[in-house]
Design a protein around this ligand. Structure first.
Ligand code: ATP
Ligand code: MG
Length: 588
């Protein structure tokens, strides 16, 4: 059985833009040679069969998190709906923090979400570092055209002359040096003749622009650092703000969708691309940048720097710790790809920043799992129930639906015997008002089994209840004629003690106790919830499917899944994915 089909996409401002672009044929003449490249390469191509091209451009410096999922669902979702292509591009232009481990983890999670970067025969998985030669060629073209120069000011001097929001900047003394001289120095920079920080290539725009991003932004800096893919080939690396538009243009991207903080970069995005197109380096029509609000989720941090700190300093056990909002962590916790896509659909796309409550993510998981999860019973805080009038050694089979939403899934079977495990909380020696479960003198139904009459309990020397005693009523077995002749108000779950599977069960709570752990000048580490994981030994219904891809609903308790790292058939380990109801809301 599969989950419910996705609803038809809800319109949003990006869809309106794309509809207009397509109606006007804005990209109808765009050429595509089947691979990224400058105008000279694309000119040999036919018109692009992909109606739009979007991209998801992660920097491989960490694991993907739930915020990235929003961008993935948006970019891949638009491409799918508009019969276009979405490229997976590793934005690996910053050598220091990037690693192949992250590249592989990112690929794994985009595939897990069930998105595909191929389009026809194209495999649109790219690395920005593959464009370093093109970028260098473009930088030279800009220098020759008088649109960029090598500046020998130090980083501090550049900062001092950049100005502020209220003060204009001032020109570098090197700004008007001859293009030939800048060109020679740029080549020397590339050839490793100058140390880090001694000079930089800057775009020549306007030091008095009200937009600080337009005050001669740095394009290349010297970094004598090896790169995870290009090794020692380069010692100059392009800055993100111009590398990114160039990457988009080389790949024939039509709609470059990014988060709101890049809005002020858009003028430079357009400046770079238009000049390179005028110089014949890039083909038109050029990509355009659009901004949307990033996902801010309560009770988590999503900054990769902070996630890295949680992992490195041992606050959690690795990037896939089930308490983390990384996709690897969510998967291990029991989140399904469909639940994450459903969450992202429900978020919609807007231009206004907002904060989304964590409970919305949890509800998406419940809504996805309810129709598909295999039902089973677990007892997490066990106490023994003895049916004192049930013959020793006898067992009989009881039946329950595998899934109440899906009669065709059939029934599961499990044994009943004289000694059972029940939840400690299902018995009270002295019941509070409106307590309908077991207490001396009360009658309840063992779910899918018999009606039983509670006769008392046995305690140890310290007064702890070690056994609950009851008698079963022989003619009341569920599903047999006349079984409901006795009316009861309580219904409890149970597992035959001789047949139960022992399992380690990990119960998770939020990693942070503050809904906004990193807002303002808070230190997010101060808000760590010390009780975010507790481990107990519980009992499971025999026959429970303990594979990592089988979501389980333990009746009355919540959704669980076998832990993909630690669970074995001999020693099962389960994670609680989410409770059946939102227990957090009641606690607040
Ligand atoms: P971080 O600040 O955590 O390092 P980032 O934005 O630098 O995140 P990238 O790898 O550069 O991470 O992001 C890849 C893509 O994912 C970008 O297009 C970015 O806009 C998008 N993205 C990242 N975080 C979010 C978020 N919280 N909501 C929506 N999109 C996001
Ligand atoms: Mg980034």
């Amino acid at each position: 059985m599969t989950s419910a089909p996705s609803p038809a996409p809800v319109s949003n401002f990006l869809r309106t833009i794309i509809d207009n672009d397509l109606a006007q044929g804005r990209y109808a003449d765009k050429r595509w040679a089947g691979k990224p490249g400058p105008a000279s390469v694309q000119a040999s191509g036919d018109s692009d069969p992909a109606r739009i091209r979007t991209r998801f451009p992660p920097e491989p410096n960490g694991y993907l998190h739930i915020g990235h999922a929003k961008s993935i669902c948006l970019n891949f979702g638009l491409a799918r709906d508009y019969l276009g292509a979405c490229h997976l591009r590793f934005d690996d232009t910053n050598p220091e923090k990037e690693e192949d481990e992250y590249v592989n983890a990112i690929i794994e999670m985009v595939e897990w979400l069930d998105f595909d970067w191929s389009y026809g025969n194209e495999n649109n998985r790219y690395f920005a570092s593959d464009y370093f030669d093109y970028m260098y060629q473009f930088a030279r073209a800009l220098v020759q055209a008088g649109l960029a120069y090598v500046d020998e000011q130090s980083a501090d001097e550049m900062r001092a002359t950049r100005g502020t929001l209220t003060e204009k900047g001032s020109n570098s003394p090197w700004r008007d040096r001859p293009a030939d001289e800048s060109l020679r120095l740029l080549d020397e920079m590339r050839d490793g003749k100058h140390p880090d920080g001694s000079m930089a290539l800057r775009a020549k725009i306007d030091m008095e622009s009200p937009n600080i991003n337009m005050r001669d932004p740095v394009m290349y800096r010297i970094r004598h650092v090896p790169h995870h893919r290009t090794g020692d080939r380069w010692c100059i690396y392009p800055m993100y703000s111009w590398a990114h538009p160039v990457e988009d243009a080389l790949e024939g991207i039509t709609h470059s969708i990014c988060t709101l903080e890049f809005e002020d970069q858009r003028p430079f995005y357009d400046w770079i691309l238009n000049h390179l197109a005028d110089l014949g380096q890039l083909q038109r029509p050029l990509p355009r940048q659009y901004e949307f609000a990033r996902l801010n989720l309560s009770y988590v941090v999503t900054s990769k720097r902070k996630l890295l700190q949680l992992v490195r300093e041992g606050y959690v056990n690795g990037w896939d710790d089930p308490r983390l909002p990384t996709l690897a962590g969510l998967r291990r916790r029991g989140y399904t790809p469909a639940s994450i896509r459903l969450f992202c659909e429900r978020l919609g796309v807007s231009k206004a920043d907002s904060r989304i409550d964590y409970s919305i993510l949890e509800q998406a998981l419940r809504d996805d799992l309810d129709p598909i999860a295999a039902r089973s019973v677990a007892v997490l805080d066990p106490v023994k129930l003895v049916l004192t009038n049930y013959p020793q050694g006898k067992t009989e089979i009881c039946h329950a639906p595998r899934n109440p939403h899906d009669p065709e899934a059939g029934r599961r079977e499990f044994p009943l015997s004289r000694e059972l495990w029940i939840e400690r909380d299902d018995f009270r020696e002295e019941p509070p008002k409106k307590y309908f479960r077991l207490f001396p003198g009360n009658t309840v139904r063992l779910k899918y089994g018999y009606i039983i009459h509670c006769t008392g309990c046995v305690k140890d020397e310290s007064g702890n209840i070690i056994e609950v005693h009851a008698e079963y009523l022989p003619d009341t077995k569920s599903g047999t004629p006349g079984s409901d002749s006795v009316k009861v108000k309580g219904n409890i779950t149970w597992i035959s003690a001789d047949h139960a599977i022992s399992a380690e069960i990990r119960l998770y709570d939020r990693l942070f106790s503050d809904p906004h752990p990193d807002s303002g000048d808070k230190n997010f580490l101060d808000a760590i919830n010390p009780d975010s994981c507790s481990t107990i030994q519980g009992w499971l219904e025999p026959g429970t499917q303990l594979t990592v891809d089988t979501p389980l609903q333990f009746e009355r308790l919540g959704y669980f899944v076998a832990d993909r790292k630690d669970s074995t058939p001999e020693k099962p380990v389960l994670n609680r994915s989410v409770t059946l109801k939102d227990s957090w809301a009641q606690r607040k």
